[in-house]
Design a protein around this ligand. Structure first.
Ligand code: FES
Length: 134
């Protein structure tokens, strides 16, 4: 009788530990380790290729003498969306003020990294396609 009571008491305690570990561990592991990274394809149609900068779904398509370049609009500091200023031809982050030139290279501010450059390729219909990881 005494052994049975002891067994039930210990089972309840260890069960509580297991539930506690699950309650603490699930949010930590779901945040840290099990994020699914997927890719998104963005196509800029031919009529969107005349401007110096075009924005679509978190990506800037930049036109230069060398051709087209796609840049992620996500600031490398803490992830805010940068804005392109046509007059100064720079990107400015509205959150903490980082600045990047038109090719995405860091100029000033806390980011200290360039904007992410994305691959570009022509589509059969004359558009420009890029792929961004989200
Ligand atoms: S998020 Fe852009 S400078 Fe901080």
């Amino acid at each position: 009788m005494f052994e049975r009571r002891k067994f039930i008491k210990k089972s309840a305690v260890w069960g509580g530990y297991a539930l506690g570990a699950l309650a603490l561990g699930f949010p930590v592991f779901s945040f840290v380790g099990f994020r699914k990274i997927s890719e998104k394809t963005i196509v800029f149609p031919p009529d969107a290729q005349n401007a110096i900068a075009n924005f679509k779904e978190g990506v800037y398509l930049m036109k230069s003498k060398e051709g087209f370049r796609a840049l992620s609009a996500k600031c490398p500091h803490l992830g805010c969306t940068v804005n392109f200023h046509a007059v100064s031809e720079t990107f400015k982050c509205p959150c903490h003020g980082s600045t990047f030139d038109a090719s995405g290279e860091w100029i000033s501010g806390p980011a200290r990294k360039n904007l992410q450059s994305l691959p570009v390729k022509k589509t059969p219909g004359g558009g420009i396609e890029t792929v961004i990881k989200i």
